[in-house]
Design a protein around this ligand. Structure first.
Ligand SMILES: NC(=O)c1ccc[n+]([C@@H]2O[C@H](COP(=O)([O-])OP(=O)(O)OC[C@H]3O[C@@H](n4cnc5c(N)ncnc54)[C@H](OP(=O)(O)O)[C@@H]3O)[C@@H](O)[C@H]2O)c1
Length: 266
């Protein structure tokens, strides 16, 4: 039996690459898609792939008139939470790729997922190298009490920090908060230069032309330091592979889970 998917953001950079990969898979099929620009069109015609024969709608409420097993969210943070809550109300499991959702958004989503006894798998970055960065950083945080995170992205990226870094800070908070030798309130000068305190980590976001997405966590101890860094290339392929895995495995879970490692044997 094929896994029936609704894809929100199917005409975007990440969503269209995922849609094309789904057209080549034998166990996943798209039943509808979401994009305002291409509403009322056929996705196969929009993406030039006849195998993707499904309707496009402007909103989740309309797309969900088609029954689905998994709703995949790859739009923008201003609409993502509503899409996810609507999908849960319609009895779908959800995979979230969209970045920029807040911890408060996730708390609301977690409550809804429990209420409907469905799974939400939110993955700030589907690339396997990011999953490994998170894992290695969690191990390092157990031994090294001080670290800071740097988030690099292009000048076009509006949301900050990136989903990758926000998820990293969230995960490190379950190990412990990073210690500060000089507390922020005792810092002299411009305190903002010390970055933002997010879930117990100092986070610094850089937005400049020529960056794609990179994340770096620096662990410092007297006379030694460890840097763990991930750099994205320009293709969407690493995200597609991880998203397909999430679609195939999300039904093994119940409630909200953050990070692809929830469905990997690491
Ligand atoms: N987790 C990961 O590994 C990963 C990887 C890549 C990207 N991302 C994240 O995924 C999201 C999408 O990235 P992208 O680069 O693909 O963006 P994009 O190219 O701008 O595509 C956005 C898609 O969402 C649709 N959309 C946007 N706002 C909408 C709304 N209000 N209602 C309905 N559809 C809407 C757009 O269609 P219309 O404008 O026609 O509505 C388009 O199909 C971002 O948050 C990005 O950071 C995550």
């Amino acid at each position: 039996m094929s896994i029936r998917v609704i894809l929100a953001g199917a005409t975007g950079w990440a969503g269209s690459a995922l849609a094309l990969a789904i057209s080549k898979s034998s166990d996943i099929s798209l039943v509808s898609a979401i994009s305002r620009t291409y509403a009322q069109r056929n996705l196969g015609e929009v993406l030039g792939e006849p195998l993707l024969n499904c309707p496009v709608y402007a909103a989740a409420q309309e797309a969900l008139t088609h029954s689905c097993d998994v709703f995949v969210e790859f739009t923008k943070p201003d609409i993502a939470k509503l899409n996810v809550l609507t999908a849960l109300e319609h009895g779908a499991h959800v995979v979230i790729g969209t970045s920029g959702l807040t911890d408060a958004d996730y708390a609301e989503i977690a409550t809804a997922a429990e209420k409907h006894q469905k799974a939400v798998l939110a993955v700030g970055n589907f690339a396997i190298t990011v999953v490994l960065l998170q894992k290695f950083a969690e191990i390092a945080a157990r031994y090294i009490p001080q670290w800071e995170i740097i988030d690099y992205a292009s000048d076009q990226k509006k949301d900050t920090p990136s989903g990758t870094v926000s998820e990293l800070a969230y995960r490190l908070s379950s190990v412990r908060p990073s210690e500060l030798t000089i507390p922020l309130e005792q810092t002299q000068g411009v305190v903002e230069t010390r970055g933002a305190r997010i879930n117990g980590s100092q986070v610094h976001s850089i937005r400049l032309p020529s960056y794609t997405i990179s994340a770096e966590v620096i662990f410092g101890m007297p006379d030694q330091k460890l840097t763990i860094r991930h750099d994205s290339g320009s293709s969407a392929q690493p995200y597609v592979d991880g998203a397909l895995l999430a679609i195939r495995k999300v039904n093994m879970l119940v409630g909200l889970h953050r990070g692809l490692d929830n469905v990997l044997d690491l």
